[in-house]
Design a protein around this ligand. Structure first.
Ligand SMILES: Cc1cc2nc3c(=O)[nH]c(=O)nc-3n(C[C@H](O)[C@H](O)[C@H](O)COP(=O)(O)OP(=O)(O)OC[C@H]3O[C@@H](n4cnc5c(N)ncnc54)[C@H](O)[C@@H]3O)c2cc1C
Length: 373
């Protein structure tokens, strides 16, 4: 006899963990099936923006390595911007993700590690989910299984390398020589890779250095990352990983089916402009929890409810970012030097892109000025 739950969640990344937490707190019977044993590594810059942090409903200081109030933006020159408040928090994903899922377990969710979901089918009362030790029965299945989601593929989502975005990341020892930069701020460099940027995110014991591109022709990210490391005067990486960033440029991929919903990377919810995905993973989990809360026991209505919430509160912003990304990266070689000589505008740009202050978004105006110039 298969074990029965109300909601089965595939994947214990930020989206799956936060949904499990909210549902367990609301008294739902929740099972999380995670492919790997935890903590597991995840290729990521580990930058958590304030808008993402606001969606975490419990203190998480123990996994926050640092918080930065300043950043450097670079193309030809370097412009430094400071704020009186943090603009990005630093985490290591293996610790951060593990911490989130532990909160879900404390709230009452059941977690099975080392248990990849291999498929699912429908029965009269919901879904039957296949995984080692299973099958498991649930009224609802949440696909939070990342950029290569099996569940999304089953709903018809196509992950096309040609239209997506890519990132590569390396862990580099902090330079110890006298005179080496102190790395006390975030740094992004739009000349590191075509149609994207390079970053240096300082962590407690190392530097997280990476490149992100929206140009499928710039796929040889190892080359760009090495060149960027060299230019920054940094040594060979300790760990190097490349991975697709789950960008859905049109925003019309499936987010829900019959008794199945998709969250975070599985749904293609990453920001095309910056590659940020943790905020979108947490936002989609929050909306999914809201959709479940509204349904009572009418599980057939969750998919529609979730789709509506996503359409109202998530997709408009992502679509706008997709348009901006296309425009911005088209003229980045002129737009960023333009920003470098206008620190006030550079600050607006950062706040719009990374803090979500779209009301102050003058990027369009900037781009138009650059184009006219
Ligand atoms: C190089 C790189 C750098 C990035 N840097 C940043 C950054 O600095 N800040 C930011 O906000 N975003 C960043 N992102 C994006 C961010 O990592 C993702 O958007 C985010 O992890 C999405 O969370 P998620 O919960 O949807 O998926 P994930 O974090 O990918 O979690 C999915 C989970 O599902 C599990 N899983 C997979 N298949 C199965 C299966 N069949 N059954 C069960 N479990 C399964 C996986 O093991 C994993 O634990 C970066 C991405 C890349 C590639």
């Amino acid at each position: 006899m298969a074990e029965r739950y109300e909601v089965i969640i595939a994947g214990a990344g930020p989206s799956g963990a936060l949904l499990a937490y909210h549902l367990a707190r609301a008294g739902r019977e929740v099972l999380i099936l995670e492919k790997h044993r935890l903590p597991r590594a995840k290729p990521c810059g580990g930058g958590v923006t304030p808008k993402a942090a606001r969606l975490i409903p419990f203190p998480w200081d123990e996994v926050r390595e640092d918080s930065f109030c300043s950043s450097a933006l670079r193309f030809r020159r370097r412009v430094e911007i400071s704020w009186p408040y943090p603009v990005c928090h630093m985490v290591r994903r293996e610790h951060f993700d593990h911490f989130l899922v532990r909160q879900a377990v404390r709230a009452g969710a059941r977690l099975i590690e080392g248990s990849p979901v291999t498929g699912f089918e429908y029965d009269t009362r919901g879904v039957v989910v296949h995984a080692p030790g299973g099958p498991y029965r649930g009224a609802l299945l949440a696909g939070a299984d990342g950029a290569h989601s099996r569940i999304a593929a089953r709903l018809g989502k196509r992950f096309s390398g040609a239209s997506g975005a890519f990132a590569a990341v390396a862990e580099v020892p902090r330079p110890s020589s006298a005179g080496a930069p102190a790395y006390k701020m975030l740094s992004v460099d739009f000349s590191a890779v075509p149609a994207g940027y390079g970053w240096v995110f300082p962590k407690r014991h190392h530097l997280n250095v990476g490149v992100y591109t929206t140009d499928p022709r710039a796929k040889n990210l190892k080359h760009y990352l090495r060149r960027y490391l060299e230019r920054e005067g940094l040594r060979e990486p300790r760990v190097f990983r490349a991975f697709p960033v789950s960008v859905d440029w049109t925003g019309d991929g499936p987010v829900a089916g019959d008794r199945v919903i998709l969250l975070g990377d599985a749904a293609g919810f990453a920001d095309p402009l910056t590659g940020e995905g943790i905020y979108w993973a947490l936002l989609s989990a929050t909306l999914a929890a809201e959709a479940v809360a509204c349904c009572g026991r009418s599980w057939d209505t969750v998919g529609l409810g979730y789709r509506r919430l996503v359409e109202d509160r998530l997709q408009p912003e992502l679509r706008r970012l997709a348009r901006l990304a296309r425009m911005f990266y088209w003229v980045a070689d002129r737009a960023v030097p333009f920003l470098e000589t206008r620190p006030k505008l550079a600050r607006d740009f950062w706040e719009a892109v990374y803090l979500g202050h779209y009301d102050r978004l003058r990027l369009r105006t900037i781009l138009l000025q650059v184009l006219r110039g």
